[in-house]
Ligand binder design. Structure first.
Ligand SMILES: NC(=O)c1ccc[n+]([C@@H]2O[C@H](COP(=O)([O-])OP(=O)(O)OC[C@H]3O[C@@H](n4cnc5c(N)ncnc54)[C@H](OP(=O)(O)O)[C@@H]3O)[C@@H](O)[C@H]2O)c1
Length: 279
């Protein structure tokens, strides 16, 4: 499993990690087996959130006895992200996860609380050793610029964003901004949640053709395309051990420049997202 530096942190993180939204959709035993299989195969970045029902509780059981292997990420909901609310939410996540620290703590998306308040809480948690780093999620370039001005250089380690073959909007501005500022970019829903290109489509057949050349699978090819730049990581969710094992197989796959160019052409970036009017 290839690992790379996670944004400006001094931590090496696998390019392919594990998401946990609806992690127990095939039952709790399968979920725990999937996460453990993933860990065995090097997918030690585990992404969870206070929002994901009992996912933190499932993760606690999956990582019991192997906490030090894991790069553990959780998220505070925007409605809880006041100064005191963030501290309290983090304590609750730590309790559910049965750990004394998070490797990274994220603001799930922007809400009504000021970034100053949330980031002040993140910094307090960092000083106390309850989180080792922090970042954001679903931030566009204007949000990132604002966050950077408040936090200063080197604080914000990642932006976790929607990124898959059919949704490449981050490539217009968010990805370049993050690369310019050495902020890691974590691709969530890397299979489009439930919209992976099927084998009966032209695009699906291209993925199959490239996969066959590497004795790989279309999903492995897709994941590898998504982490083709040094700033990028992906966190597919698999609720079955065999799916986790397949996803881990992307961690060492190498695509040629020509294959990357073919995928790039088959799944075009699309138009730049429209600026939302400010209220
Ligand atoms: N920050 C945010 O706002 C945000 C938003 C959405 C998601 N996320 C994070 O990103 C993670 C991933 O996104 P996601 O859960 O939306 O969707 P996803 O990872 O794009 O897709 C998950 C789907 O793909 C299936 N799958 C996974 N591996 C497979 C394989 N090898 N073969 C066949 N099917 C496979 C899963 O099935 P099985 O479950 O049956 O294995 C599930 O149905 C989340 O779990 C969460 O941690 C963050």
């Amino acid at each position: 499993m290839e690992r790379r530096q996670f944004g400006p942190s001094n931590r090496e993180v696998p390019v392919i990690g594990q998401g946990t939204w609806y992690i127990d959709s095939a039952g709790r035993a399968n979920a725990i087996a999937a996460l453990r299989r993933g860990l065995d195969l090097g997918m030690t970045h585990i992404d969870t959130a206070e929002m994901y029902g009992n996912a933190e509780d499932v993760v606690a059981e999956a990582i019991a006895g192997r906490r030090d292997e894991v790069f553990l990420v959780s998220k505070v909901l925007p409605q809880n992200a006041s100064r005191t609310g963030t501290l309290a939410a983090c304590e609750k996540s730590l309790t559910r996860l049965k750990t004394d620290r998070l490797d990274c703590y994220l603001l799930h998306w922007r809400g009504r609380h000021s970034l100053e308040e949330t980031f002040a809480a993140f910094e307090q948690l960092r000083r106390e050793g309850k989180i080792l780093s922090w970042g954001v999620s679903n931030f566009d370039e204007a949000d990132l610029e604002e966050a950077w001005k408040i936090a200063g250089a080197g604080r914000l380690v990642c932006n976790q964003v929607l990124y898959h073959l059919k949704e490449r909007a981050i490539e217009h501005a968010v990805l370049p901004w993050c690369e310019k500022h050495s902020v890691g970019v974590v691709a969530y829903s890397p299979f489009g949640h439930a919209d992976f290109p099927g084998p009966n489509t032209k695009e699906g057949r291209l993925l199959e053709e490239i996969a066959a050349a590497h004795h790989a699978t279309p999903r492995q090819v897709a994941l590898r395309f998504l982490v083709r730049r040094p700033s990028l990581f992906a966190i597919p969710k698999a609720s079955r051990p065999e799916h986790a094992a397949e996803n881990a197989g992307a961690g060492d796959l190498q695509l040629t420049e020509a294959e990357i160019a073919r995928i790039d052409a088959a799944f075009p970036v699309g138009p730049r997202p429209r600026e939302l009017p400010t209220l």
